[in-house]
Design a protein around this ligand. Structure first.
Ligand code: GLY
Length: 334
């Protein structure tokens, strides 16, 4: 019997495992090999851009985790694509500008004119009407992060699909099973489908992460140093795994309207993931009962929230004391 079993081998389960191992716990990660949102995620670390509908406690948690990311990335000891160039949040039509203004005002960032935006990012279309530069909104490559975590924790990971928590032989069980958390715990975690594309070309077309409203469509464009460009994402209350013609067309239309040069790139991957949503779309972090702790339901922010989740959940498991930052995220709040 191990001290702690973590159900779920995605970015949340592995990050919690890393912190527990570092603090001397006997940890096993049970990895069912299920789809995880990290497999398709672009890796935007965007506490401002992703905060439009969020409550203040969640925004504080997101900001705290964004602060932790540079150290977390460095500590993994290999290149994980952490890039602090920053994000341009952009709008094309007058309606798009109106839609973005609230987030921009909350971020207290100065509005930039199209010429100023194109000076920062020459590949932008002349259609861009306004935007802001958010230097603290950054990116990391989730596939590299999970690869690095798996490498570090290779002696702790057991390939095993858990159907019932009663089958898990450990004093404490941390459920970090993303959308699978619902079946294991009965908690209200629902899959929210996202279609995500990967384009490939020569590096250098773009420097910044772009997060835009284009003709009423939300799109983000995340350039990696090696020439990959991630374009995302649809947000659909659906459980299927279909890449649809309409989903791909909408994403490509918006992305190419924003950056015409993207039309020349190879369409290298079309993928579908499911974000683990909750009724208030805030995560479930904390104790469910004497044996079970939950770290799930991170919705659009699983990558951003991994470091803070790891610290808070490992602290709870090891000390039995809940950090005050966990108060608003109890898995028993519904
Ligand atoms: N974090 C971006 C998304 O969920 O699409």
């Amino acid at each position: 019997m191990s001290d702690v079993a973590i159900v779920g081998g995605g970015i949340i389960g592995l990050s919690v495992a890393l912190r527990l191992v570092q603090r001397g716990a006997d940890v096993t990660v049970l990895d069912g090999g299920d789809e995880g949102a990290w497999q398709v995620a672009a890796g935007m670390l965007a506490p401002g851009g992703e905060s439009e509908h969020e409550d203040p406690a969640l925004i504080r948690l997101m900001e705290r985790s964004a602060e932790l990311w540079p150290g977390f990335a460095a500590e993994l000891g290999v290149e994980v694509g952490y890039d602090d160039t920053g994000t341009l949040s952009l709008a094309t039509t007058a309606d798009d500008v109106a839609e973005r203004r609230r987030v921009w005002a909350r971020q207290q960032l100065p509005l930039l004119r199209p010429s100023e935006l194109r000076a920062l990012e020459p590949a932008l279309s002349p259609r861009v009407r306004a935007g802001v530069f958010a230097p603290r909104e950054r990116q990391v490559d989730p596939r590299r992060v999970v690869g690095a975590l798996r490498e570090r924790l290779s002696d702790r990971i057991v390939p095993k699909r858990v159907e019932s928590l009663s089958d898990v032989d450990a004093r404490t069980v941390v459920v970090a099973a993303g959308c699978g958390t619902a079946a294991l715990t009965g908690l209200p975690v629902r899959p929210v489908k996202g279609q995500v594309l990967r384009l490939r070309g020569e590096p250098g077309l773009l420097r910044h992460v772009l997060d835009a409203a284009v003709d009423g469509r939300e799109v983000y464009v995340v350039p990696r140093a090696d020439g990959e460009v991630v374009v995302g994402a649809t947000q659909e209350e659906r459980t299927d795994r279909l890449v649809t013609a309409g989903g791909v067309a909408d994403l490509l239309r918006a992305a190419i309207d924003l950056v015409p040069g993207l039309a020349e790139l190879e369409l290298a991957e079309t993928t579908v993931g499911h974000r683990p949503g909750t009724p208030d779309n805030a995560p479930l972090l904390g104790r469910l009962d004497d044996r079970v702790v939950v770290a799930a339901g991170h919705f659009r922010n699983g990558i951003l929230l991994a470091p803070v989740t790891a610290d808070l959940v490992a602290g709870l498991v090891l000390t039995g004391e809940a950090d005050p930052a966990l108060a608003d995220f109890s898995p028993r709040r519904f």
